[in-house]
Design a binder for this molecule. Structure first.
Ligand code: F6P
Length: 360
């Protein structure tokens, strides 16, 4: 009997269901149904901690390739709190190990982003067999060229910029589109290029408001009626980037904005004679059906996870490198982020086409 536990953790994204379907189809293609048991843990690590699961069969994974969200539900269980007992004094790590051993599991398949991978690695260190899959719209997981969810989110963010374009051309306004990504700017970068934004602000490239104002004014002088600024949630000014974490927190407490788009809108409105409007697609970027690229990637990664399980090769994340699916050790993945490199070709090329990053 092969007993597999499966869970989705952290913020959801498109293609989580498609990835789980890939795993399960891969397993059932090689094993007799009567020799497999699938335990679906509810709401991420919470389900594993509190032994909240449902038994699933291949039928449960049928018809979900195109369905957004996750059939298992998900939740954020911060890694830094994993070693902190819950409100009833329960040791969460011990509880997860207990559930795993009580159910006699052979392995856990864990779908998640950065925080999820830190906990997955912790469980590996604690002796559990773990295979992981890289999900996140942020595309910031180290060890894989691409995460599933990213391309779908870029499609949605691009669509927002496209729609803003038509209304922007009718008015003499600056439009600020806020795009998800607190620590990395992959979605904002790709959506800005795909949507033809004029300015894009990323966490990795601190901006100077004078440069932004200058770019807006130059467009106006050139007879352009509008400017579209794509701003990642974590965009930061050069001035603020020099502050320590503590100093920045203090500053933000003094004048807090609902989000970065509002801060940027206030700065731009003060410094130009143009009207400013904000558009925030927010969680729509994680919603809806996965795009075909994500369906293919997640299915491949899921099938590769099934193969790893059948090989008895654990402790790895399934990643994609140069279009090949690879097994990347969790010890290497955990705790590392894949940032946008300010000196990379894509940034240089975007600058060549006239996109301003607000830095020079
Ligand atoms: O990590 C994925 C992500 O969508 C980020 O891009 C975004 O900053 C964050 O999650 C939002 O988190 P929540 O869904 O908890 O508000």
């Amino acid at each position: 009997m092969l007993r597999i536990g499966i869970l989705t953790s952290g913020g959801d994204c498109q293609a989580l269901n498609a990835a789980m379907r890939g795993v399960v189809k891969g397993i059932y293609s090689k094993c007799d149904a009567k020799d497999v048991e699938i335990y679906g843990f509810q709401e991420g690590y919470k389900g594993l901690i509190y032994s909240n699961f449902k038994m699933l069969t291949s039928k449960d994974f049928s018809g979900i390739l195109t369905v957004g969200g996750t059939i298992l539900g998900t939740s954020r269980q911060p890694f830094k709190l994993m070693r902190v007992p819950d409100e009833n004094g329960l040791d969460k790590v011990e509880a997860m190990k207990h559930t795993y051993h009580k159910l006699n599991l052979d392995c856990l398949v864990i779908l998640g982003g950065n925080g999820t991978h830190k906990t997955a690695n912790l469980l590996r260190e604690e002796g559990l067999n773990v295979v992981t899959l890289p999900k996140t719209i942020d595309n910031d997981l180290w060890g894989t060229d691409m995460t599933f969810g990213f391309q779908s989110a870029v499609d949605i963010a691009t669509d927002t910029i496209d729609k803003i374009h038509t209304t922007a051309t009718s008015h003499n306004r600056v439009f600020i589109v806020e795009i998800m990504g607190h620590r990395v700017g992959w979605v904002a970068l790709h959506a800005a290029i795909a949507g033809g934004a004029d300015i894009v602000l990323l966490p990795e490239i601190p901006y100077d408001i004078d440069v932004i104002v200058d770019a807006i004014n130059k467009r106006k002088e050139a007879g352009k009626r509008f400017t579209i600024i794509a701003v990642a949630e974590g965009a930061i000014s050069k001035k603020d980037a020099k502050l320590s974490k503590k100093e920045l927190k203090k500053k933000q407490e003094k004048k807090s904005y609902p989000s970065v788009a509002y801060e940027m809108a206030e700065k731009v409105a003060k410094r130009t004679d143009q009207e400013v409007r904000i558009a925030i697609p927010g969680h729509t970027q994680r919603g809806g059906s996965p795009c075909p690229y994500d369906r293919v990637l997640s299915t491949r990664l899921g099938a590769a996870a099934a193969e790893a399980i059948l090989d008895g090769d654990f402790g790895n994340m399934m990643g994609v490198k140069n279009d090949k699916i690879v097994r990347v050790p969790l010890s290497e993945v955990a705790g590392k982020l894949k940032y946008v490199d300010p000196n990379s070709d894509i940034i240089k090329e975007a600058k060549l086409t006239g996109i301003s990053f607000g830095d020079e």
